[in-house]
Design a protein around this ligand. Structure first.
Ligand code: 26Y
Length: 814
């Protein structure tokens, strides 16, 4: 007997069809006959939303009236993915929806396809925020996600005829968007610029201009918790004040300029996640959403109170700072408490310090934001004063603790010229965490070492996780059914550690064969999807080998593509007999920041290697490379369940965690990877014999840097590597034009900052191990199944429990 605990609404398919009809008729004004799939999508979404409404109200009132501290997850990015299927799952309406749509005469796929995913994030950090709020709702923890409703999300990627990345705007709001509810009556005023004056011995900020922050609310339904939390994304509107003087001079365009500029604040998501761009607009965005959110929390938790007792603020809500992007919230809460509510500095500091915690997501020093003081002074003069005072207090505190002058200087939050946001966050909040064990250790040992020496108790680790609802239950229904069959219950969807119960089944050949059949069916599905969406002819009977993530040098897509080229050369030259080649299909997915030159060259190279290889009859059926453009959450949900082998090959010590690695392991792919980020923990859990490890360790990387790294040496020493690089240089992938990849090749041979060449030998060596195992399907699948069984730890539910226990000190609503 299989125990089924998935939520199921009592509403029948007929009733749900009626609700869709009503919605079509009374809200959208179209008949069923006139309706297009996109109309049905909007109607069905609105209908599901209605089903969640009572739980949403109840969650809000329990949160405000109860005594459970809420979580405010402050994040510049929430990469939500499509909403409809997830909402249906949590509302227990999936089957009714499928039947109702058919009854109305539509194809379920057409209706679901009508949803345009909101791409309000760049990659891992944004998707993590989305997984976390899903888990908080599923655990019944009262929480707000706070962020920005960008008008343009992450750009849409296309490739031109030369294989170059083209970015086009993602105007995701062109059609009706049924999920976000704009609430003009809960707006907040956010001000900028101007000056600080003294009035009656008090500092008073006289801003120069203001924008209206209007919340757009998204429901965040929990799975089987009966709870629905809120994702509140702010949109910037102008106040209706315009310059009459300018207008009267009939300079209309100038007169409306302030309005136009105000609305620019929430216009576009910054696609640059590699180098800090000193963009004033980005600081405006950060302050805009953080200031609105802090005021919103005060409004929510002290309803109708003119003089709330904000000394209790930290008992009402704890704010998690998702990277440095919302760190301006620290001086903002200080300002609000002192200037708006009249508290003294020390009281304000105590409350602020207790309220905030900071998660760091990087190890690359250049990714820690540093703002020029001049810019902060211009945009937020009062905040700069507060930051200066925080710095004075901090320096005095360090001195009192016996820290030497040089170290105090090294640790400065405010250097005079600039403000280091990671340092401000570390000092200004109660806890700092990294996102995987290795990362948290490196934060303590390297990146924030001085801080960890002085404040060891602030530092902790919370290893990332991913939501099993979206990334297993929704993305991989076949595997979900098999897991439920194997465990005799579907409880694993909300208690992922139960997957451990699959481990004994790895010894059962019949079960392993079923597992293999699931993978095979998923590969066929993906092949059909790739044909339909991209026109690719992917052979589902080859190994599907994936590498999907943002394009960054440190992630080393270059290592993969060089190995592919070497393999191609092996087959072409007959070094490997064609019959001995294990057929592989390599699938890349990656966006490069528009201004990141080497990343864009790498994209172009991958596309052209794909073109040459896929058109070469000598390797036909043996080696194929595909690069579906515009990798996003939707594509991830189709691709991940179909992968046999996934690449996590960053240079050790550079990937903070990775979360794709978790999604692939959970869906039964094997991983080839370095000892980096969460790979370390995945390997520990699934067992070293079930993970393809290669490459230098963090210590070996450090040692090689220290002795002076010369990539040329590796190029000269390895003929296969040399041949591969020479092919890139000699125009093999650029129709004979030797200039196209000049800069890329030059970088590899003279800098190679992330030591791609040094790890090439180890990387290609492990390929024979991979192929030997893949040649024994039963053994391969056994290991893949063991990966699934031991990946339950990587649920974002577990991450949330760790945050609750180690950082937030709160729990589910009572
Ligand atoms: C400066 C700003 C424009 C900016 C925007 C986005 C800076 C950074 C980012 C994004 C960073 C990011 O996605 N980091 C990734 O976070 C994941 C979740 O913790 C990690 O798994 C992954 O290793 C890390 O690279």
């Amino acid at each position: 007997m299989t125990e089924i605990t998935a939520p199921k609404s009592a509403v029948t398919a007929e009733q749900f069809a009626d609700e869709i009809r009503e919605q079509l008729k009374y809200t959208q004004g179209v008949t069923v006959e006139q309706a297009k799939p996109a109309d049905v999508y909007v109607a069905a979404s609105a209908a599901v939303r209605r089903h969640l409404m009572d739980s949403w109200f109840k969650t809000q009132s329990d949160m405000v009236n109860g005594n459970t501290k809420a979580v405010g997850y402050l994040s510049a990015e929430f990469l939500m993915g499509k909403q409809l299927r997830n909402a249906l799952l949590n509302a227990g309406l999936t089957e009714q929806f499928d039947a109702a749509v058919k009854e109305l005469g539509f194809s379920v796929q057409d209706v679901v396809d009508a949803e345009h995913e909101p791409g309000l994030g760049n990659g891992g950090l944004g998707r993590l925020a989305a997984c976390f709020i899903d888990s908080l709702a599923s655990l019944g923890v009262p929480a707000f996600g706070y962020g920005i409703q960008y008008k343009y999300g992450i750009f849409e990627q296309k490739f031109d005829e030369n294989g170059k990345q083209i970015e086009t705007p993602d105007y995701w709001l062109t059609n009706e968007e049924p999920w976000g509810h704009i609430d003009y009556n809960r707006d907040q005023k956010v001000s900028f610029g101007g000056e600080v004056v003294e009035e009656d011995g008090k500092k008073v900020w006289k801003p120069a201009w203001s924008v209206r922050a209007v919340p757009v609310d998204y429901m965040v339904p929990g799975y089987a918790s009966g709870r629905v939390n809120t994702l509140r994304l702010w949109t910037a509107k102008s106040y209706d004040e315009f310059d009459l003087l300018t207008f009267n001079k009939s300079e209309y365009l100038d007169a409306v300029k302030p309005q136009v500029e105000a609305e620019n604040i929430s216009k576009i998501l910054y696609p640059e996640d590699s180098t800090p761009q000193g963009k004033a607009l980005r600081l405006e965005q950060q302050y805009f959403f953080v200031s609105a959110s802090i005021h919103d929390a005060i409004r929510v938790f002290y309803p109708g109170q003119d003089k709330p007792d904000l000394t209790t603020f930290a008992d009402k809500i704890t704010f998690q700072l998702n990277d440095t992007h919302p760190v301006i919230g620290i001086p903002e809460l200080m300002r609000v408490l002192m200037d708006e509510y009249g508290y003294d500095w020390d009281t304000a500091w105590t409350v602020t310090n207790k309220t905030f915690n900071y998660t760091c997501h990087t190890l690359l020093p250049e990714a820690l934001e540093v703002w020029p003081s001049k810019l902060i002074g211009e945009l937020l003069p009062r905040h700069l004063e507060i930051i200066e005072k925080i710095q004075d207090q901090f320096a005095a505190e360090l001195k009192a603790k016996g820290v030497d002058e040089a170290t105090i200087k090294d640790m400065a939050i405010y250097t005079g010229d600039s403000v280091r946001m990671a340092y401000l966050a570390t000092y200004g909040g109660s806890h700092v965490n990294g996102v995987a064990e290795l990362h948290s250790q490196l934060l303590k040992d390297v990146t924030l070492k001085n801080f960890s020496d002085v404040y060891p108790d602030k530092f902790t680790n919370v290893t990332n996780g991913v939501t099993p609802r979206r990334f297993v239950k929704l993305a991989n229904p076949r595997l979900s059914d098999l897991i439920t069959e194997g465990l005799g219950t579907d409880k694993w969807v909300s208690d992922l550690e139960l997957l451990k119960g699959l481990e004994p089944l790895a010894a059962d050949d019949e079960f392993v064969k079923k597992f293999a059949a699931v993978k095979q069916a998923n590969k066929v599905d993906f092949s059909n999807y790739a044909k339909r969406e991209y026109g690719f002819d992917i052979d589902p009977n080859t190994m599907i080998n994936t590498m999907v993530k943002r394009l960054h040098e440190y992630k080393r897509q270059a290592l993969k593509i060089l190995a592919v080229i070497a393999r191609y050369a092996d087959i072409k030259s007959g070094r490997i007999a064609a019959d001995d080649v294990m057929p592989r299909t390599i699938v890349f997915g990656a966006k490069a920041a528009p201004g990141y030159y080497l990343a864009k060259q790498t994209i172009q190279l991958i596309n052209n290697v794909a073109r040459v290889i896929n058109n070469d009859p000598d390797v036909k059926g043996k080696l194929n490379v595909y690069f579906p453009w515009n990798y996003n959450v939707r594509l991830a949900q189709h691709l991940i369940p179909a992968a046999d082998l996934d690449e996590q090959i960053s240079q050790a010590g550079k990937e903070a965690s990775g979360t794709g690695n978790m999604k692939f392991a959970l869906n039964g792919a094997m991983t080839v990877g370095t000892l980096d980020g969460a790979n370390v923990e995945i390997r520990e859990r699934v067992g070293a014999e079930n993970f393809f490890l290669f490459g230098m360790t963090v210590d070996e990387v450090d040692a090689l840097y220290a002795e002076g790294y010369d990539p040329k040496k590796y190029y000269e020493a390895d003929p296969r590597l040399k041949a591969a690089i020479d092919m890139v240089a000699d125009g093999t992938f650029s129709n004979g034009d030797k200039t196209v990849y000049e800069d890329l090749v030059h970088d590899w041979l003279t800098k190679d900052w992330f030591m791609t060449l040094a790890d090439f030998g180890a990387y290609t060596a492990i390929q024979s191990e991979i192929e030997a195992l893949y040649a024994q399907p039963l053994e391969w699948n056994r290991k893949a199944l063991i990966n699934v069984a031991n990946s339950g730890y990587f649920s974002s539910d577990r991450s949330m429990e760790d945050y609750l226990e180690r950082i937030w000190m709160t729990g589910p609503l009572k």
